[in-house]
Design a protein around this ligand. Structure first.
Ligand SMILES: [Fe+2]
Length: 161
């Protein structure tokens, strides 16, 4: 393998590792929200588990890269933006740990994070020669949209109270 293609592979691996961190951090945030807001504990808990699954799927993509599959279009994932989001999630998690968050704040934070994944179309844009990739990315897209809907529903419910 040429040095150039090794560099590309390394950069792509780093990108996926960051995406994996993003999903794991999101899971940790939702777990914290589950503790803080027992009346919608199950929603936060279920979403936390699914985010953990998302991290596993991203990790599988790293495995596909290692197996020699090629990935395209990864420049749609903005590394700086991802790093910023990861930092933001960490801040929000610390705030939640200290109990300085209302349920509405938590819902709005989650909504904006899920919406940012949908709007940036990260998972829609990742392409590969690996035959299993569409299954993975479709699942990630579907569940991110589902989270968005579920959180929106929780927000509507909160407003009706
Ligand atoms: Fe996710």
């Amino acid at each position: 393998m040429s040095d150039a293609s090794n560099d590309i592979r390394q950069a792509q691996t780093n990108l996926f590792l960051r995406l994996e961190t993003f999903e794991l951090q999101l899971s940790a945030l939702y777990k914290q929200y589950a503790v803080l807001f027992p009346d919608i504990h199950d929603l936060w808990h279920e979403m936390a588990e699914e985010e953990e699954e998302h991290a596993k799927w991203v990790h599988i993509m790293i495995g596909l890269l290692e197996d020699g599959h090629h990935f395209y279009n990864l420049d749609v994932i903005k590394v700086d933006m991802l790093a910023k989001k990861i930092g933001l999630i960490e801040e929000k998690r610390v705030e939640a740990q200290q109990g300085h968050v209302t349920q509405k704040d938590a819902i709005l934070t989650a909504l904006s994070l899920e919406a940012s994944v949908i709007e940036s179309e990260v998972y829609q844009n990742i392409k590969s020669d690996a035959p299993t990739l569409p299954y993975i990315t479709e699942k990630l897209v579907r569940e991110t949209r589902k989270h968005n809907d579920q959180i929106n529903q929780a927000l509507r419910h909160l407003k009706q109270k």
